[in-house]
Design a protein around this ligand. Structure first.
Ligand SMILES: Nc1ncnc2c1ncn2[C@@H]1O[C@H](COP(=O)(O)OP(=O)(O)O)[C@@H](O)[C@H]1O
Ligand SMILES: [Mg+2]
Length: 295
C-alpha cells in the first residue's frame, strides 16, 4: 500500500517564522552591540582626552605633584590667616590694620590659586588635538594686540606693529598661536611693573620672513632679564611677580612653539630691553595631520 504523502505545509512557514525571529533577535542584538560600542568609544575618548591632558602637563614640564604643591602654598597662607583672624576675633583684640593685612593676604593667595587654575583650564582646552591648518599670523598678532590695548593705554605703554606685507601663512593651531602671542605680550606689558624712571614705555612687534622662516619679534623697553634669571624663566611656576604671576606663561609658550616645530630665542639687557624672537618654518615636516581648508 502506498504510504500517504505526509504533507507538512506549515514546516516552511514555521521555519521561516523561526528564521525571522532569529533574524530580528540578531538585529536587536546588533543594535545593542552598536550602542554599547558607541558608549565604550565615548568612554575611551574621554579617557584619551584625560590622558593627553596629563601628557600635556608633562609637556610643559609640570606634573601633578608640582601643581598640587603650587596650589598648596597659597592655600596654607589662606588657612593661617583665617585662623589668625578667628583667634583675634575671639580675644577681641584685632586692630583694623592687622585685619586688613590678613584679608589682603587671603585675597592675594586666592587670586594666585585662581590664575593657576585658569591657566590650566585654558591649557587643557587648547591641548585637545585639532588638525593643523594654515594660520595667518598677521591676524593673530592684531587680535592679540587689540585684546591688551586698553590695558596698555591705561599704563601709558605705546605699542608699534611692523609686519611685512602679505606675511605667509604657517601650519598651526590657532588657539595655541594666540596663546603664544598673548603670553609674550602680557609679559612685555608686565616688564614695566617695576619701572619708576621716566623712560619711553614701548613694545615693538615685528614680523618678517628671513631664511625661509617666519620671524616674529616682541621687544619691550622694560626691566630686562638678568643672565642668571634667563635659565629659570621657562621653568613652570618660576615667577618674579609674587602673587601676580603664575610662572606658567613661558613654560606653555615654549611647549607650543616646539609643537609648531618652531624656536624661541631671548636677548635682553638688564634695565633696558628684552626681546623674544619666534621662528616658525613656512612648511611643516612630514608626520603632521594637515587640513587643507583655511582657518
Ligand atoms: N619681557 C620680559 N621682561 C622682563 N622679564 C620677563 C619678561 N618676560 C618674562 N619675564 C620673566 O620671566 C618670568 C616668567 O614668566 P612667565 O612664565 O610668563 O610667568 P609670569 O608672567 O606668571 O611670572 C617672569 O616672572 C619674569 O621675571
Ligand atoms: Mg607671564
Amino acid at each position: 500500500m502506498r504510504r500517504p504523502e505526509i504533507k507538512n505545509p506549515d514546516f516552511k512557514t514555521e521555519e521561516s517564522l523561526l528564521l525571522k525571529q532569529d533574524f530580528n533577535e540578531l538585529i536587536t542584538e546588533n543594535r545593542n552591540l552598536k550602542k554599547l560600542l558607541l558608549k565604550k568609544k565615548t568612554e575611551l575618548e574621554i579617557l584619551q582626552n584625560q590622558f593627553s591632558r596629563l601628557e600635556n602637563l608633562a609637556a610643559i614640564g609640570a606634573n601633578g605633584a608640582t601643581v598640587a604643591h603650587e596650589l598648596n602654598n597659597p592655600l596654607t597662607i589662606i588657612c593661617v590667616e583665617a585662623d589668625e583672624i578667628l583667634d583675634f576675633l575671639q580675644e577681641k583684640t584685632i586692630s583694623p590694620d592687622v585685619l586688613e593685612l590678613s584679608a589682603q593676604n587671603i585675597k592675594n593667595s586666592s587670586q594666585r590659586m585662581r590664575s593657576i587654575i585658569n591657566h590650566f583650564q585654558t591649557h587643557c582646552n587648547e591641548t585637545a588635538d585639532k588638525p593643523l591648518r594654515r594660520q595667518n599670523l598677521t591676524e593673530i598678532i592684531k587680535k592679540s594686540v587689540a585684546l591688551i590695548k586698553p590695558q596698555l593705554e591705561h599704563k601709558n605703554i605705546i605699542i608699534s606693529l611692523n609686519l611685512q606685507k602679505d606675511l605667509p601663512e604657517i601650519w598651526g593651531e590657532r588657539s595655541k598661536l594666540e596663546s603664544i602671542l598673548q603670553n609674550l605680550l602680557l609679559n612685555a606689558m608686565d616688564a614695566f611693573l617695576t619701572i619708576t624712571d621716566k623712560r619711553q614705555k614701548q613694545i615693538f612687534v615685528t614680523g618678517k620672513v628671513q631664511d625661509n622662516l617666519l620671524r616674529i619679534t616682541i621687544r619691550d623697553t622694560g626691566s630686562g632679564i638678568s643672565q642668571g634669571l634667563r635659565k629659570q624663566i621657562f621653568t613652570p611656576f618660576f615667577s618674579t611677580k609674587k602673587h601676580r604671576g603664575t610662572g606658567l606663561g613661558l613654560a606653555i609658550v615654549a611647549g607650543y612653539v616646539k609643537e609648531h616645530d618652531g624656536q624661541i630665542h631671548l636677548n635682553s639687557e638688564v634695565n633696558a630691553w628684552t626681546e623674544f624672537i619666534l621662528q616658525f618654518p613656512l612648511e611643516r615636516r612630514n608626520g603632521h595631520t594637515h587640513e587643507n581648508s583655511g582657518s
